[in-house]
Every structure is written in C-alpha cells, then in structure tokens.
Design a protein around this ligand. Structure first.
Ligand code: F6R
Length: 234
C-alpha cells in the first residue's frame, strides 16, 4: 500500500484529484468508481476546476458509485444520486447514460444488486476506485463482518454509521437503516484504488489499517492484499 500523508484537507484533495487527472489523461474512457461522504468533496471541487480549465473531460468516462441508501427517492436531497449531481455530475460533461448508481428504491433490491453486478461486469473492471473510510473500517457500506467475497448486496447500516451520517439529516431517525453497496470483492476487482481519510476521527481507523491484521472485522484491511492501493491521509 502506498501511503501519502498530508498536512491539510486541501492537500488531500489536491493529491487525490491529481491521481484522477492522470488516470483520465492516460485513458479518456476510464471507468471510475466513485464515493460520496464528506471526504471526497474537495477532490470533486478540484476536478471541476480542472474540467473548467480544459485539463480533463468526463465525456467518455463511465462511473459506478459505491452505494446508495435504500428507500430514499433519487430526488431526496440526501440521496447519493443527488449528492453526485451536486458535487460533480451537473458541473462536468458526464453523460447521464454513463452514470451508474444503485437504485435504492427498486422494487426488488436483491434484483437491483444482481443488475448492478452485471453492469459492472459489462463495463468493468473499474480503472480507478475512490474510497472513503468509515471509523469502523467500512468501505462502501461494507460494515465489519462483511464477507471478503461479497458482491453488490443489501446491508443493514451499523448504528455508528447511522450516527456518523445523521449530521446530513434533520433527525437521526431519518437516516435510512439499509443501503445497497458494492461488495468487497466487487471493489477489489478495481485496477487501482485510492482511499482518502482525513481528520482526528479517522486516526484510529488509519492506524488499524496500517498496523492491524487483515480481518473481516475491519473491512478496509483487505486493501493490503490489493496490488495497487494508495492511501492519502492526514
Ligand atoms: C460513501 C461511502 C462510505 C464513506 C465513509 C466515510 O459512498 O461509501 O464508505 O466513504 O462512510 O464517509 P466520510 O467521508 O463522510 O467520513
């Protein structure tokens, strides 16, 4: 695992955006795996700036988001669909038909998971996957105890995750209790992965990632077995 330690959130965002930029310069039609959450927001901002300057284009990019809340309409301001529109898609030249985000309101979520895996198989492998890190080591919404062999699946969100995400909702009870997430195996198939973690709250998780054992009790630990992972942290 490559490690890049940074001194500020700005630097973290810059480093991450640079890696995405060079990926897009190397391969215009890259398949990007994207994350939501607060950590990658600065990176998306920088990518928009690079797009506005004409340094990169998303016209040929295909994207797959890691996850989406269950039972939240795509129009809901806290859906990951809206998050991505606001923080990236609406501000660059991404083609709507090339954007993939699990549909958390599909009639059958189980079928939706299979459909998502099929789409990943058709368009993939993901060239560059961006990940955030949960304080309990989750990646995507793969909570501790998730099988390393998991594919896209429906999850019950851990209480700590619901609490961490409550800041985005009016009331904690409004945070959905389930989500659809790419599985660990789906993530590990990516050619290259960058994991971003910033702030005191993430310190213990970063230490456990660097120095702890590989265990399903700490999902991010599997990344140590991937040949091309860069952790950008501070
Ligand atoms: C989001 C996701 C989550 C977040 C993680 C960290 O798509 O998959 O795993 O990356 O919960 O969230 P933040 O960045 O808000 O600390």
């Amino acid at each position: 695992m490559n490690q890049i330690e940074v001194n500020s959130y700005e630097q973290l965002s810059e480093q991450a955006a640079k890696i995405v930029e060079s990926q897009l310069q190397k391969k215009k039609n890259s398949v990007l795996g994207l994350a939501t959450g607060s950590t990658p927001v600065g990176m998306y901002k920088q990518l928009i700036e690079k797009y506005e300057k004409g340094d990169i284009s998303f016209a040929d990019v295909t994207s797959f988001n890691l996850d989406e809340y269950a039972a939240l309409e795509r129009t809901h301001p806290q859906s990951y669909f809206q998050f991505m529109k606001k923080h990236l898609f609406d501000q660059v030249d991404m083609k709507p038909g090339q954007i993939h985000i699990p549909n958390g309101t599909a009639e059958s979520l189980v079928q939706e998971c299979s459909r998502y895996e099929e789409d990943l198989a058709v368009h993939g492998p993901i060239d560059l996957q961006v990940l955030g890190l949960g304080i309990n080591g989750h990646i995507g919404f793969n909570e501790p105890g998730t099988s390393f062999q998991s594919r896209t699946h429906v999850v019950d969100l851990a209480e700590s995750t619901r609490e961490a995400n409550a800041r985005f909702f009016e009331r904690k009870e409004d945070v959905p209790s389930q989500a659809v997430t790419m599985g660990i195996e789906s993530i590990m198939k990516s050619r290259k992965i960058i994991l971003l973690a910033y702030g005191e709250m993430k310190r213990t998780a970063i230490d456990r990632l660097f120095y702890g054992e590989v265990s399903e009790e700490f999902p991010a630990s599997i990344l140590k077995e991937h040949p091309d992972v860069t952790v950008i942290y501070g």
